[in-house]
Design a protein around this ligand. Sequence first.
Ligand SMILES: [Zn+2]
Ligand SMILES: [Zn+2]
Length: 429
Amino acid sequence: MKRLLIRGGRLVDPANTVDEKLDVLLSGGKVAGVGKAIDAAEVDEVLDATGKVVVPGLIDMHVHLREPGREDEETVESGCRAAAAGGFTAVAAMPNTEPVTDDQATVGYIIREAIRAGYSRVYPIGAITREIKGENLAEMGSMLDAGAVAFTDDGHCLASAEVLRKAMTYSLIFDVPIIQHCEDPELVGDGVMNSGITATRLGLAGNPCEAEEVIVYRDCALARLTGARFHVAHISAARSVDIVRNFKAEGVRVTAEATPHHFILTDEAVGDFDTNAKMAPPLRGAADVVAVRKGLADGTIDCIASDHAPHHYDEKEAAFANAPNGIVGLETSFALVYTELVLGGVLDFSTLVRRMSTAPARLLKLPGGSLAVGDQGDVTVLDLDINWTIDKHKFYSKCRNTPFHGRQVTGRAVATVVGGRVVWRRDGD
Ligand SMILES: [Zn+2]
Ligand SMILES: [Zn+2]
């Protein structure tokens, strides 16, 4: 059994209330020891983490890997390599692939491709409805048997309250979360960016916060009705955060995630029709950004996820109204969160680790998110002192669609360890 010693780093492991200089010994894919000055004599490999921070492997619970179907945009392999380079030891893959991930075979295919690639772990999220058509429930039970960890029709909002209620009731058998892309399609209408002064100035059709709020409220109410676990994907609007906070206070089993772009950028980033600032839900106003940050600080929002959504250059070159939604995020997420929220005084570092590792692991019932003896040996080593400039040309992802190109940030993953094996290490730049 290969033994890896991660030596000399500051271990930050909020699940075990640890924040001190400790070595971590990994053996047989698990954590075999945590302590001061573990003897390196009997190990096969030493990873020197002096001056670095060691955390339970980061987990991105909302990623579009595009395979099967759009291997020109991303593959399981290229996406997992980008994830590892971003410090993520695991990602959850969204089901809006071609074909849709709505059966056992597709779930199994994605898991096998991820194992073959040998970078980050991939946990598929299955579709709630067949072909994401919002009508008939997919084979949730058999997808879970194959390794799916949750269900969503992401990419689309599951608009039918009755179908969603059925899905929630069914999900109770397995106690897995139902994840919703909260945007009422009728209220979104032709909207291509946030309703507001920038949309008016650009002459673009607006997508109001209310399109999100009504679905967040409705589906939290359905979670109360059914007792199911409900998770709000990429929350963007201030009142949506209030709604989640209120339902949580009632004891309803609702959780939420936010993306870096929604708590860093406003709709002004659309600027002069920049399609790299086009996503669904859209970038909102300054008050919404403040509210999402507050939600992350007070725990209303449990997780940070990138909603990594690769699109080809030529697709994003279309007129704003016709360009596809979404941006890549795996290789920028940690640095953006650290720079904006930790250095910006919104979260302390251990809360960042909760939002980006411990909480998504608990929510999806994954091993990981904790580095006690016996836990899974997934570890991220971070350099919190490095200042660097985001350069889209250096991404491992196949796509370059980011509004953060050229941005100065601080903090970066320097090594990513999955199951006790170093799957990625930064050499220089
Ligand atoms: Zn979505
Ligand atoms: Zn998504």
